[in-house]
Design a protein around this ligand. Structure first.
Ligand SMILES: *[C@@H]1O[C@H](CO)[C@@H](O)[C@H](O)[C@H]1NC(C)=O
Ligand SMILES: *[C@@H]1O[C@H](CO)[C@@H](O)[C@H](O)[C@H]1NC(C)=O
Ligand SMILES: *[C@@H]1O[C@H](CO)[C@@H](O)[C@H](O)[C@H]1NC(C)=O
Ligand SMILES: *[C@@H]1O[C@H](CO)[C@@H](O)[C@H](O)[C@H]1NC(C)=O
Ligand SMILES: *[C@@H]1O[C@H](CO)[C@@H](O)[C@H](O)[C@H]1NC(C)=O
Ligand SMILES: *[C@@H]1O[C@H](CO)[C@@H](O)[C@H](O)[C@H]1NC(C)=O
Length: 540
């Protein structure tokens, strides 16, 4: 309907129609790829130069304004959504466990944490994201507030809305995690920092939180929320809360047992992070030639335990666990493990610093400052995540059911995993980077590929061709992951022009620079046009 030249002249006009809010529901969230950052550690004003030692557990100066200044760094890897630390006012000063730089020690939920900026700064971050076609997910803590000691704690006006004794469950530490009553009603924390447990059965407390989350989403035009400590509140609390949020939620149910976590999605309407897969995923790649059976078995268990495994949060690293890289140094094992969340079921989450090779272990070591890297976009891992996001986006663009169909995960050999999430088909290996080349075959019966089908590996950019039976011989080189999509559906995969052909098929020459520019522009225009259509609908 437009020539490119005509469309280009419309760009400024269309841009003015891009809506300020495109809140994400479950359908919209499926195609998103999330970058999780710790606000205090991701970016700070360049005028601040104090040394940041993660081990000190102190504020290092990160702010919402500084995050807004680094969005292109995140977008350059293909992430379109950021999850930031909790935003509300936290207890001040130092405790036996340092300062509240992570944002999880709520004081007054009606005020913002001034260390991270002002309300206008947070609104500006939200706007800056939306202007780039990106989305904002904010972390919320509903289960508890914080106090420097359980003995000292008394409800007071300092806790904003929660100033009455009845707003809290009576003090007791959680001592038995197999006792769900204790998990829900007793307190987290310890003698250095206690986390007074809110009485989320109280109608007053429930009503407050439901109104609060509606307002938080509205005031800062949030697109999604991440919910902390979900299993510490009774399941009956959640449906009204997530309904009041009105946007997609991803919740922390920190437990590896799928039958324990499942009901939080099936009944409580929270979409949990996939901890049941996390543990076997780490074990599968935590060394060369590990047993892959635990992981494939868990994929089946997850399918039978959750109403919709494709809405779980898929991750390898986060702020609560030692980085995978703290135990594993083999770069191929690291790449294989990071590939899984992006090529299998669920919304992928990548923790900041994974692209920079950070290897911090347990909290607080896994919350390193990122500014020390100068936001290097040339690193191997930075480009690796860009390749994986491009592959995932291409698969989603090629097939409307890519995000909703459940992957089939099986073994091709004792060291090779086949993750079939058509049209994206990946081979993950446990042999490590010093292994000699290994050959595996992806049968046509599994891929559905016909004879002579050209497919491209988003990681190596090699092009392969299926044989006369439609089977594909894949050479696993240096233990690297192989992420395949039919060449005709490759979208932005290997768009930098490095495509080379290998194997028996005839080679394909890479496109001329002119063709690449034209097709790239087509994608940009499609994005702008559809955003403009959404904008008009929103205005109506
Ligand atoms: C950084 O700090 C300076 C001086 O306080 C201020 O003028 C500037 O706006 C700040 N920049 C950002 C991105 O916050
Ligand atoms: C679970 O914990 C609650 C609260 O501490 C306690 O009253 C109850 O007896 C415990 N149940 C079991 C089976 O231990
Ligand atoms: C949202 O903004 C309104 C109006 O400024 C304010 O009264 C309310 O406390 C805010 N709520 C939250 C959660 O930010
Ligand atoms: C991974 O291996 C390291 C030793 O290399 C071990 O300390 C750690 O517990 C292992 N992690 C898991 C989840 O198995
Ligand atoms: C892998 O683990 C499964 C069960 O976890 C076990 O049945 C199987 O024998 C193991 N395979 C090898 C090669 O050790
Ligand atoms: C092109 O992308 C591939 C795959 O990410 C990467 O291996 C290669 O280094 C890139 N080439 C350039 C010139 O950036």
């Amino acid at each position: 309907m437009f020539t490119t030249a005509q469309a280009l002249t419309l760009l400024p006009l269309l841009a003015s129609f891009v809506p300020s809010a495109l809140a994400l529901d479950a359908t919209a969230m499926r195609s998103k790829s999330v970058y999780q950052l710790v606000t205090d550690r991701f970016a700070r004003n360049s005028s601040v130069t104090t040394t940041c030692n993660a081990a000190d557990r102190k504020y290092c100066g990160g702010t919402w304004s500084a995050v807004a200044g680094q969005l292109d760094y995140i977008k350059g890897m293909g992430f379109d959504t950021i999850w930031i630390s909790p935003v509300v006012d936290n207890i001040g000063g130092s405790t036996g466990e340092g300062e509240a730089y992570h944002g999880y020690w709520t004081l007054d939920t009606n005020s913002l944490n001034s260390n991270f900026g002002t309300a206008d700064d947070l609104k500006a971050l939200s706007t800056a994201l939306h202007n780039k076609g990106m989305y904002l997910m904010v972390d919320v803590v509903v289960n508890h507030v914080a106090a420097t000691s359980s003995a000292d704690f008394a409800p007071s006006a300092a806790y904003g809305p929660f100033s009455a004794q009845d707003d809290f469950h009576p003090f007791c530490w959680i001592t038995d995690y197999t006792n769900q009553t204790q998990v829900e009603e007793c307190w987290l924390g310890d003698s250095a920092v206690a986390l007074p447990d809110l009485n989320t059965e109280s109608a007053t407390v429930k009503q407050f939180w439901n109104t609060w989350i509606t307002q938080l989403v509205s005031n800062y035009t949030l697109d999604a929320v991440r919910i902390d400590t979900v299993k510490h509140i009774s399941q009956s609390f959640w449906p009204d809360f997530v309904n009041a949020a009105g946007v997609f939620n991803q919740g922390e149910v920190l437990n590896g047992d799928a039958t324990y976590v499942g009901p939080y999605q099936n009944t409580a309407k929270v979409n949990p992070f996939n901890y049941p897969i996390y543990y076997p995923l780490v074990r599968a790649f935590n060394g060369t030639n590990q047993n892959l059976t635990e992981l494939t078995a868990m994929v089946s268990t997850v399918k039978s335990s959750f109403n919709d495994p494709t809405l779980l949060g898929s991750f390898l690293n986060n702020h609560d666990n030692p980085r995978f890289e703290s135990a594993v140094s083999d770069t191929s094992l690291i790449k294989n493990a990071h590939t899984y969340p992006l090529v299998s079921d669920g919304i992928p989450y990548v923790y900041y610093g994974s692209e920079a090779g950070f290897k911090g272990g347990n909290d607080p070591d896994n919350r390193e400052p990122l500014w020390t890297t100068s936001y290097d976009t040339s690193s191997d891992m930075y480009k690796f995540f860009a390749s994986l996001n491009a592959a995932r986006a291409a698969a989603g663009a090629a097939s409307s059911s890519f995000y909703t169909n459940q992957a089939t995960v099986s073994t091709l050999s004792s060291t090779a995993l086949l993750v079939n999430k058509s049209p994206l088909i990946s081979v993950l290996s446990t042999t490590g980077s010093s292994a000699s080349d290994a050959s595996v075959t992806i049968p046509s019966s599994s891929s559905g590929w016909a004879k002579g089908t050209k497919v491209i590996d988003a990681v190596s950019c090699n092009e392969l061709t299926t044989d006369d039976s439609g089977n594909l011989a894949v050479t696993v080189s240096k233990g690297l992951p192989v992420v395949l999509i039919e060449s005709s559906k490759k979208g932005g995969v290997c768009a930098n022009g490095t495509t080379s052909s290998t194997g028996s098929g005839s080679g394909s020459s890479s496109k001329s620079a002119g063709e690449k520019t034209a097709s790239g522009m087509g994608l940009v225009m499609a994005g702008v046009l559809s955003a403009a259509v959404f904008g008009v609908q929103a205005l109506i």
